[in-house]
Design a protein around this ligand. Structure first.
Ligand SMILES: CC(C)(COP(=O)(O)OP(=O)(O)OC[C@H]1O[C@@H](n2cnc3c(N)ncnc32)[C@H](O)[C@@H]1OP(=O)(O)O)[C@@H](O)C(=O)NCCC(=O)NCCS
Length: 192
């Protein structure tokens, strides 16, 4: 059974399971309308956040019954965002694929924290989880998110016009992806 060993640490961050006590930090960014503009759902209430934190307390296990792994990203004791991977095709002969996503507190934008956390999650996906392909879907006008994909070495594979009914309107949808082989080649060449 695939499992991510937690916590994952990076030079500045700790990626870990959510736990009781994270609610205020998560509410601080998940309740902001501009933060949820490009992600499903409305700004979260305190009650929503309490449920979210409780549901996402996980031991890093990912399986058919629980294919989504969401991790809290901690900086100096504060949860500043969350990253997720949603595995599909677990056990399938065509190899595993995973969608990746991220949401971060706007007051710390532009310092590379989201990119650093996403890179660590990619490492875990291609490493411990043995994923074959990681992909992301986003609205092309969500430039900060597109730039994360590009910094991670993901390729823009497709642009579907007015293909997604999202927040009461038809929106364009960009797909970015990265294969395990490309990730290995990139990390090997950047390490040399
Ligand atoms: C998408 C989102 C996570 C991007 O946040 P962000 O602050 O732009 O991303 P980062 O924290 O990785 O910051 C990247 C910037 O930091 C800069 N940076 C500064 N210090 C850095 C460092 N030490 N390492 C790497 N980058 C650094 C980079 O150069 C980059 O700047 P640029 O975009 O001008 O090139 C954020 O906008 C968000 O949470 N949005 C709402 C939720 C959302 O839309 N999610 C995606 C749905 S598809």
């Amino acid at each position: 059974m695939p499992r991510v060993s937690l916590p994952i640490t990076t030079p500045r961050l700790t990626l870990r399971s959510f736990r009781p006590g994270d609610e205020e930090d998560v509410f601080a960014y998940r309740s902001v309308p501009s933060v949820v503009r490009y992600i499903p759902g409305e700004p979260k209430t305190r009650e929503d956040v309490a449920d979210l934190v409780a549901e996402r307390a996980t031991a890093g296990r990912v399986d058919e019954r629980s294919p989504i792994l969401t991790l809290a990203v901690e900086l100096d004791g504060r949860v500043i965002g969350d990253v997720l991977i949603h595995l599909a095709g677990l056990g399938g002969a065509d190899g595993r694929q995973a969608e990746i996503g991220w949401v971060f507190a706007p007051d710390l934008a532009g310092q590379g924290y989201a990119t650093e956390a996403a890179r660590a999650l990619l490492e875990a996906a291609f490493g411990s989880l043995g994923v074959h392909r990681v992909w992301a879907q986003l609205e092309p006008e969500n430039t900060p998110s597109s730039r994360i994909c590009e910094r991670l070495g993901m390729r823009r594979e497709a642009l579907f016009e007015k293909a997604s009914w999202f927040k009461e309107q038809w929106t364009d949808l960009a797909i970015y992806a990265l294969l395990a082989d490309e990730w290995s080649a990139g990390t090997t060449s950047s390490a040399s």
